[in-house]
Design a binder for this molecule. Structure first.
Ligand code: GLC
Length: 737
């Protein structure tokens, strides 16, 4: 539809119709026999109000969506089609690794291909908006939603945010296999006080701008069509009422003119936060902040009419919001094709096709992180080795994370199946050893109370110990239950549950050749496991091809290349711990006799594993770090310095190294982090091969929010580090003039 026709449509709409476009009704309203009775009526929606809605969410399946769309278009006075939105976080049916694992791939091309695959499957099934990417920067693994983020670094998150938006949206969201992306949760939802979901966020504006906002801006700059408000407060103002965040920064500084949707019930929750005395005031605050769509509450639909009649909210403000929603529908081509998908493409041809499965396996292999490999116990190449696979994740098929709403265990390859697929000569046994959950651990997920088929724990343990005693190598498959992370999945104790720690101890007593795999949605306190295992791989929640990927990695058909996207704390008491921290007036120099330094009496300052860390089955050596010159001038247009380093594969296997560039600003008008990631490159080298790796450094990379709140680079000394993790200490210096 042409712009002028859209404007004419808007002018022809009644106030009630306009308000309806700002209302998102929950998909469960539409599941029953009759749309206008049941939950909708219980929540007080009249039939007219329901049929005036502009969007819905979590309705899945092409036929169902088509039927609902037809009914809504028929009932709507101007036959305006609905938007069908959903959370396709790590795949639609072809489920791939959780985003925190994708971050470990350090591979924007892979991440874009995954997003494109997810969009292809979701859009062929009728969805037009994806509540993804989630780009919240995360530094606190107590918070369960770290699994949805790509990690603790703003540069990596920004690069991947751009890749994901491009994957979902392509060049034109009207394309049958593309969809609109919705970046979330704006803003800084990943920094909840005490790591507990939904609490407030207490950040200085400078930290907010320099650390937490860049990844949302990267998504917006890439053309992301929607932004979702977060549940938390910023500066003690809930995001959905925060005009500074939404009007000044998002729409003002960043010039975002897309749709701003609240998170689920976040508008009505302004009353719970205590800044709105009732729904009417909540609607006022949210509209003034620029929230276009009220997700799944009747606040807008029940109050905006009166607010406009009373002149509290202007019809101009209403029209601006409605036009943004109509614009989105128009960009999706819904006025011409309300289904968006093409009748020529069938769901069964696209969903879970072999190409998609292969991509899921590639992603699982590239996201897993080898944390330890003593005596090169991995990969297992000796066909005479007897191997005991033990643990609750040996045959488990729910390995696709907490947000895989459409994931189906029947589509998953378990580790046991993956190992059997290799048809190895080794004598191999498989046993569960114990359940994933402790009896005392009551876990409720969106599926209700999580329970496991009763295991005869004592017999399972005895069997496992026996098999371990008979084996040359034990592969222990341990981990969190997927419901222990994700939304409202905060934990105060981030160790494996007692039952699994007990299993580990019993196995360790009979066999010291332990390879441990961890399935997790967050960094865990696994120092006990790491100290007593010869090798440790973090598999995260790898998705439908996880079993094949794990098997291929254990037996050397693929090599680990993941690097941690988030630090593993030494223990929960160390949180928050992240690589880009600051110096202090009293940095600890290792001298314990000098008490008055910044350290703990009982634990180290360093994390168990740092951001960017990961091993491979070979060894890499760095040498000859060099800068093309040792000065760069702000006043010289496009002035750059080239950093180069020689990288050599000194091992006996081919491998892939993620070469990382960090820069430290030695002094500024405000304190500056000890390191900041400014670039990375993945380099594949054959055994013995060497190459030079180059990075270009420019002034833009050196900017930050200075003492006057201006985003600028300040003259002074800078250190350039290049290495295989954030702990690299080889550097060169240059002066910015
Ligand atoms: C949830 C989540 C958000 C999700 C939305 C719709 O509460 O916070 O990430 O997109 O509701 O399901």
């Amino acid at each position: 539809m042409k712009k002028e026709d859209l404007k004419a449509l808007l002018e022809d709409m009644s106030i009630e119709e306009k308000i309806g476009q700002l209302v998102q009704i929950p998909g469960f309203f539409l599941e029953g026999e009759s749309i206008t009775t049941g939950p909708a009526a219980e929540m007080g929606f009249s039939p007219e109000e329901i049929y005036s809605a502009g969007s819905t969410l979590s309705v899945f399946g092409r036929d169902k969506i088509k039927k609902i769309q037809d009914e809504f278009i028929k009932h709507h006075p101007h036959h305006i089609p609905l938007l069908f939105m959903g959370d396709i976080i790590n795949g639609y049916k072809s489920i791939f690794p959780i985003p925190l694992a994708q971050g470990c791939s350090f591979d924007p091309d892979l991440v874009m291909r995954l997003a494109s695959m997810a969009a292809r499957e979701a859009s062929v099934s009728g969805l037009t908006v994806n509540f993804s990417p989630m780009v919240d920067l995360v530094r606190d693994p107590r918070w369960g939603r770290v699994m949805e983020s790509t990690g603790e670094d703003s540069y990596l998150n920004s690069v991947l945010a751009e890749a994901i938006v491009k994957g979902y949206q392509g060049d034109n969201i009207a394309d049958h296999e593309k969809m609109a992306a919705c970046v979330k949760h704006f803003a800084a939802y990943g920094a909840p006080v005490a790591g507990r979901d939904y609490t407030g966020v207490e950040l200085s504006e400078r930290t907010l701008r320099d650390d937490y906002l860049p990844s949302y801006k990267a998504a917006v700059d890439t053309g992301c069509e929607l932004v979702m408000t977060s549940f938390n407060t910023i500066d003690r103002i809930p995001a959905s009422a925060n005009t500074k965040l939404m009007r000044d920064i998002l729409r003002g500084e960043w010039e975002f003119d897309g749709v701003l949707i609240s998170d689920w019930a976040a508008v009505s929750e302004l009353v719970n936060h205590g800044i709105a005395k009732d729904d009417k005031e909540a609607a006022t605050l949210a509209m003034r902040a620029g929230v276009d769509i009220d997700m799944c509450t009747p606040v807008y639909i029940k109050n905006l009419g009166n607010l406009i009649n009373e002149g509290i909210i202007s019809e101009t403000m209403l029209d601006e919001a409605v036009l943004r929603v109509l614009n989105l529908k128009n960009k999706l081509g819904l006025f011409e094709n309300p289904y968006h998908f093409s009748e020529d493409t069938k769901e069964e041809e696209v969903i879970l096709c072999s190409e998609h499965r292969a991509l899921c396996r590639e992603a699982a292999e590239k996201s897993m992180v080898l944390l330890k490999n003593k005596e090169s116990i991995l990969p297992i190449t000796d066909p005479d080795k007897k191997i005991a696979f033990i643990g609750p994740y040996v045959s488990e098929k729910h390995i696709f994370g907490a947000w895989s709403l459409l994931g189906d265990e029947k589509d998953v390859i378990s580790v046991e199946e993956g190992v059997k697929n290799l048809k190895l000569k080794n004598k191999i046994t498989f046993s569960k050893g114990c359940g994933r959950l402790d009896e005392r651990y009551e876990l409720y997920s969106f599926r209700g109370l999580e329970s496991e088929e009763k295991t005869d724990e004592q017999r399972a343990l005895e069997q496992a110990v026996k098999e371990a005693g008979d084996a040359d190598i034990v592969v222990l498959m341990l981990g969190e239950h997927p419901g222990m992370s994700g939304e409202a999945g905060s934990r105060g104790d981030i160790r494996l549950l007692r039952k699994q720690r007990k299993l580990f101890k019993e196995i360790y007593n009979v066999n010291k050749n332990i390879v441990t795999l961890v399935f997790n949605g967050r960094p865990l306190d696994i120092k006990g496991i790491v100290n007593r295992s010869k090798a440790v791989i973090d598999a995260w929640f790898p998705g439908i091809e996880g079993g094949n990927a794990v098997a291929r990695m254990l037996f050397g058909l693929c090599s680990p290349e993941g690097r941690l996207s988030m630090s593993f704390p030494y223990c929960v008491g160390q949180i928050p711990v992240h690589y880009d921290s600051f110096s202090t007036g009293r940095m600890y120099d290792g001298d314990k006799t000098n008490r008055f330094q910044s350290r703990y009496l009982d634990i180290p300052n360093e994390p168990l594993f740092e951001f960017g860390y990961g091993l491979s089955y070979t060894e890499f050596e760095y040498s000859d770090l060099t800068l093309s010159k040792n000065e760069m001038s702000k006043s010289v247009e496009n002035d750059t310095i080239t950093a180069s380093v020689t990288l050599k594969n000194v091992g006996d296997r081919d491998g892939c190294e993620t070469v990382q560039l960090y820069i430290r600003d030695m002094a500024g008008s405000v304190v500056r982090p000890l390191k900041k990631l400014k670039g990375f490159k993945k380099v594949n080298l054959k055994a013995g091969e060497e190459t030079k790796v180059y990075f270009e450094i420019n002034t833009q990379m050196l900017k930050f929010t200075d003492i006057n709140m201006n985003y600028s680079a300040e003259p002074g000394t800078f250190r350039v580090f290049v290495g295989g993790s954030s702990s690299t200490d080889e550097y060169c210096e240059f002066e910015l003039l």
